[in-house]
Design a binder for this molecule. Structure first.
Ligand code: PLP
Length: 416
């Protein structure tokens, strides 16, 4: 086994120091040091995030926005400060363009229910790609069913790149929205989102980008990119679960009807009529995930201090190392070999079901995910029922990859 020295990687990223920030990485399942390669499903948490949650509950917890007392004011300031931090992290120009939601799934459902219901009608189309997560398919299917509209799908090639010419050819005056993933969770493809935005905007079509798998791995600049909506899930970006963000361009959010009704989102209520608060409050009905938002803010501070450019450069080297290492495993086929990839190594192994791979690897202390990764159309595209997926994050090392390859050797010993 080649045990690579982490500190020598070219990016100069001090992964040993980063690893010390994540207490779960010291766990030893079955007496073996944990190799956590399942961050695309959900990432481990840094101590600063865990402490921020505890501190909030201990020292500054009360409901936000409605109270005049000390603790409510303190919680409100922290909650709104978190919105400012998330806006900065995503590269939004205005914190009011950030709506706190449960995660990407809720963010997309919000846009489908609010923007979609208003703008998509009979005979209209919503365009996605073959590589979408179910959360960027099903909400549009529900909308299209309700409205008599059509879901169109831009195909991908054998490597897992979207075929841009075909995507462009699917854009028409009937297309009311393009909704596509920034980084595919099943393939690792990084989509050419600048070009997709350009192609859609040239025809006056707004673009939603699902950033669930991009936010943890690269610097983002949604305002500069010019997309209309962008989503992130806190739990995949080392933050708490149950919190995420929807970025929406201000003009769009201001013009959109509410998604849910209730407290917090109104200006006045009578039995005859209610008037709504301005966005983003208009989209945050009920008591929000106060502590989740504040702890996400602390996580974002942590990531900014590490530098997302440096994270991206480090992970690029790691992915190249991992790709080469897996390609050397006999009988292994990578699913997803796009020109521009991030963080994901999806594969199948001749004669072994992915679930068996996952189970054997688990006993070696190596955590990966197996299944369709909530992207069944991708599995259909490659003619496989499932894949094994090792997903990388800023705390993984070359020796994690070496342990993965070694554990795959055990799979071979069992299955021949
Ligand atoms: N989009 C992508 C690309 C994902 O990978 C995921 C989760 O795996 C989601 C959306 C859904 O995110 P969440 O479950 O946090 O809402």
């Amino acid at each position: 086994m080649v045990l690579a020295q982490q500190k020598t990687v070219k990016s100069g990223f001090d992964v040993d120091s980063v690893r010390r920030d994540f207490p779960a990485l010291r766990l030893e399942p079955y007496g073996k040091p944990l190799v956590y390669l399942d961050s695309a499903a959900s990432a481990q948490k840094p101590e600063v995030m865990i402490k921020a949650e505890a501190r909030c509950y201990r020292e500054s917890y009360a409901n936000v926005h409605r109270g005049v007392h000390y603790l409510s004011a303190k919680a409100t300031v922290a909650y709104e400060e978190a919105r400012r931090k998330v806006a900065g992290f995503l590269g939004a120009a205005d914190p009011n363009e950030i709506v706190f939601v449960r995660g990407t799934t809720e963010a997309i459902n919000l846009v489908a229910s609010s923007y979609g219901r208003r703008h998509v009608g009979e005979g209209d189309e919503v365009l996605v790609t073959t590589m979408e997560h179910h959360s960027n398919i099903v909400p549009w299917q529900l909308l299209c069913e309700e409205k008599g509209a059509k879901l169109k799908v831009a195909p991908i090639d054998d490597r897992g790149d979207v075929i841009l010419e075909e995507m462009e050819a699917l854009l028409s005056e009937r297309t009311k929205l393009v909704a596509t993933v920034h980084v595919s969770n099943a393939l690792g493809t990084v989509n050419p989102v600048e070009r997709i935005v350009e192609l859609a905007h040239a025809r006056g079509i707004p673009v939603l980008l699902d950033g669930a798998q991009a936010a943890p791995h690269m610097p983002l600049a949604v305002a500069a990119l010019g997309c209309d909506f962008y989503t992130m899930s806190g739990h995949k970006a080392f933050g708490p679960s149950g919190i995420g963000a929807l970025y929406g361009r201000k003009e769009l959010l201001d013009a959109m009807p509410p998604y849910q009704g209730g407290g917090e989102m109104i200006r006045t209520v009578t039995f005859e009529k209610s008037e709504f608060a301005p966005s983003p409050a208009k989209f945050e009905a009920g008591t929000p995930n106060i502590v989740g938002a504040i702890a996400l803010g602390a996580t974002v501070d942590y990531l900014e201090a590490l530098g997302m450019h440096r994270v991206e450069a480090y992970e690029r080297e790691l992915l190249a190392y991992g790709t080469e290492a897996l390609e050397s495993v006999s009988g292994l086929r990578l699913i997803g070999t796009a020109r521009h990839k991030a963080s994901v190594l999806s594969f199948v192994l001749d004669g072994v079901h992915p679930h068996d791979i996952g189970t054997i690897l688990d006993r070696e202390g190596v955590a990966i995910r197996t299944g369709h990764h909530c992207a069944q159309p991708v599995m259909d595209r490659y003619g496989v029922p499932a894949t094994a997926r090792a997903s990388l994050a800023l705390y993984n090392t070359r020796s994690d990859i070496d342990r993965l390859v070694e554990a795959l050797g055990k799979v071979r010993e069992v299955f021949g």
